[in-house]
Design a protein around this ligand. Structure first.
Ligand code: UDP
Ligand code: MG
Length: 168
């Protein structure tokens, strides 16, 4: 089985409700390694890029308000990269279904998620759905410098005489 990396976001509702520790404890069951972590203030442009595939959905505007923290007056998200065998599916299973009311009650979303009266799923966590999404999302949220043992190709860039490593 191949080593994979997957993006996890602890969403603003979880941060606001002090659920971060509980969620990380739950994720420890996957027996994976955390290879990057960063608190992020999510700008609208990053939010829209992250959820670009959902543009046009009726809940899109509210989803952007949710992930940028406008719904919870909490503009912080914890972004992490988990690495290991079968990481993408393992984390998705622990998260549970997108709709927290349909999620297994012992999953992260089943235990901590809810549906707002407006209908958006406040499901406390994001996890990449497949290898293509994982690569796109990790490159969007992190630089190669942030990720230990990045599995995607990296190149060196010289700008004003300063060398940095960027995604190839
Ligand atoms: N979402 C929602 N209503 C829907 C579908 C999605 O509020 O009918 C929100 C929910 O917060 C979800 C996010 O949009 O986590 C991204 O949707 P996606 O279908 O990618 O689900 P996920 O991959 O997060 O399980
Ligand atoms: Mg998704």
């Amino acid at each position: 089985m191949a080593i994979e990396q997957t993006l996890v976001l602890i969403k603003p509702d979880a941060i606001k409700k002090s659920l971060t520790g509980h969620i990380l404890t739950h994720l420890a069951r996957a027996d994976l390694e955390i290879v990057a972590a960063r608190m992020v203030r999510v700008e609208k442009t990053l939010a829209e890029e992250h959820y670009i595939a959902l543009k046009g959905q009726p809940f899109f505007e509210e989803l952007i308000d949710y992930i940028t923290g406008r719904l919870h007056a909490c503009t912080k998200v914890l972004a992490l990269v988990y690495s290991g065998e079968n990481a993408i599916q393992k984390v998705r299973v622990l998260c549970g279904a997108t709709n927290p009311e349909e999620a297994d009650p012992t999953s992260i979303r089943g235990a901590y998620g809810r549906i707002t009266t407006k209908g958006v799923f406040e499901n406390v966590i994001h996890a990449s759905a497949d290898p293509r999404d994982a690569e796109r999302e990790i490159k969007l949220w992190f630089t190669p410098e942030d990720v230990l043992d990045p599995i995607y190709p990296v190149k060196e860039q010289v700008w004003n005489g300063i060398k940095t490593r960027v995604w190839a």
